[in-house]
Design a protein around this ligand. Structure first.
Ligand SMILES: Cc1cc2nc3c(=O)[nH]c(=O)nc-3n(C[C@H](O)[C@H](O)[C@H](O)COP(=O)(O)OP(=O)(O)OC[C@H]3O[C@@H](n4cnc5c(N)ncnc54)[C@H](O)[C@@H]3O)c2cc1C
Length: 423
């Protein structure tokens, strides 16, 4: 996979490095992976008094957590209609409350630990076909009537110019409870907060294997951790480390570009109120302005191992369909990342035996949900399983065909929906 520097890496004030793991270590909990899942779990567990070691193959935020769109959306990846139908009203209500708590948890962590990550308010959900306007408007009313949620309003076509200068959309939902941020600064901030709470982080230390008995022994090339419990927080990067959970997720690659800093006039045309935006496509287009007025635009994905050779060109065409006025704006950065989706698009949490836990499969909604996952696993390991189990008990299935054969059928399906989007 070609390594590309993202705008996020280049715009860090400073990048703190952690040493590789050497020799034999001991901890109450060993966490594999230093994205939001691993870091939030480490922080919440350390605050409860556990000794925690995080082992990361590359560097903090190397995975999706340092590469994503930075949208911190309320709710779950699936809407409340789907959740009510699939799981019943009571569970749907619990999941809705957790969605709000997840966004709130991100905000509280940022406030408490003084994480400077360009946090801003608001996401606009845009209808790319007129037939979706009715659905967006109905949903606003449904959430108000059934979930007492009054921080979302419908934006009629005539009012869209208050938000953006584009002919590509027909209406929108203006969600003022959601947030957006600089994802890598947020990951780095979580890592710093965790280390201040006593967590040890090792970078450049791929976990090669582990054995499970009364303790778990986690091995890298040059060291090991013996721990009472282990948390797998590898998400789309897990590869073959744990075949027992592999079949429940499908890794997909998604791509992002950053323009050069835009003039004030162009920046206001892109997002007049400096909100984040995303649309109703199956392969979602999503964007926001950076602190220095670049357009950070995500669009397009693939379902194979490699990234496209020309990520900038691959994503730019989607950007220009929305903002042709950016024809002459230079694209300074293009990068990709891997996320994990599940069949029902709900997170996949669980336990293997007594002392290995896994948290994965946020299906593109991981900035808030992976953060909350850390809080839920800390509760679970401390003996309060109810909230963790609300998610771990959701009925879920492996991708058809298991680990080896899940690709051809799934990929064909994803490509079909992606193509339908673009026609
Ligand atoms: C391009 C893109 C855009 C996205 N946009 C959004 C968005 O706007 N909003 C949103 O909510 N979600 C978004 N997502 C999804 C979100 O980023 C993820 O759900 C979330 O970051 C997952 O966090 P994580 O900690 O579980 O996984 P990751 O951040 O992927 O972390 C996993 C870590 O595990 C490490 N690892 C793997 N195997 C090993 C091993 N054997 N040994 C040691 N370490 C290992 C990896 O190196 C990696 O650092 C996006 C994802 C991508 C890729």
């Amino acid at each position: 996979m070609p390594e590309v520097t993202s705008y996020y890496e280049d715009s860090l004030d400073q990048k703190k490095a952690y040493p590789p793991m050497l020799g034999d270590q001991r901890a109450d909990i060993c966490i594999v992976g230093a994205g939001y899942t691993g870091l939030s779990s480490a922080l919440h567990l350390a605050e409860r008094g556990y000794s925690v070691i995080v082992v990361e193959a590359e560097s903090v935020g190397f995975g999706a957590s340092g590469r994503n769109g930075g949208h911190v959306g309320i709710g779950q990846r699936k809407d409340q209609y789907y959740l009510e139908k699939q799981f019943g009203k009571q569970i749907a209500r619990g999941l809705w409350d957790m969605g709000l708590e997840a966004v709130d948890t991100v905000k509280q962590l940022i406030d408490k630990h003084q994480i400077h990550c360009d946090l801003k308010q608001g996401i606009l959900h845009l209808a790319h076909r007129s037939k979706y306007c009715g659905e967006l408007e109905e949903e606003v009313e449904y959430l108000r009537d059934n979930y007492q949620f009054d921080q979302m309003e419908y934006v009629a076509p005539g009012a869209l110019p208050n938000f953006l200068d584009s002919q590509a959309y027909y209406g929108a939902q203006w969600d003022q409870a959601s947030l957006h941020l600089h994802p890598l600064k947020y990951a780095q901030g979580l890592a710093e907060a965790a280390t201040k709470a006593g967590v040890t982080i090792f970078e450049q230390s791929p976990v090669l294997s582990y054995s499970q008995g009364r303790s778990v022994v986690v091995r890298t090339a040059e060291g090991s951790v013996t721990a009472n419990e282990m948390i797998l927080a590898c998400n789309g990067y897990i590869e073959k480390l744990e075949p027992r959970i592999n079949g429940y997720i499908m890794p997909i690659n998604n791509f992002v570009i950053a323009t050069e800093p835009l003039s004030e006039e162009l920046a206001r045309a892109v997002s007049a109120k400096d909100t984040a935006m995303q649309d109703t496509r199956f392969v979602i287009n999503y964007w926001k302005l950076s602190a220095d007025n670049r357009l950070i635009f995500g669009g397009g994905e693939n379902y194979r191992r490699g990234f496209p050779r020309d990520i900038k060109g691959f994503v730019r065409k989607y950007m220009l369909q929305i903002y042709p006025q950016l024809e002459n704006s230079k694209i300074d950065y293009g990068w990709g990342g891997t996320l994990a989706i599940t069949l029902n698009r709900m997170p996949h949490f669980g336990r293997i035996g007594d002392n290995i836990w896994h948290l994965q499969g946020y299906s593109g909604h991981g900035v808030p949900t992976a953060t909350l996952a850390g809080k839920l696993i800390a509760e679970a390991i401390s003996g309060k399983l109810e909230r963790f189990d609300l998610i771990s008990n959701l009925p879920t299935r492996k991708f058809p065909g298991g680990t080896l054969l899940r690709w051809p059928g799934m990929v064909a399906g994803m490509l079909y929906f992606a193509l339908r989007d673009r026609i």
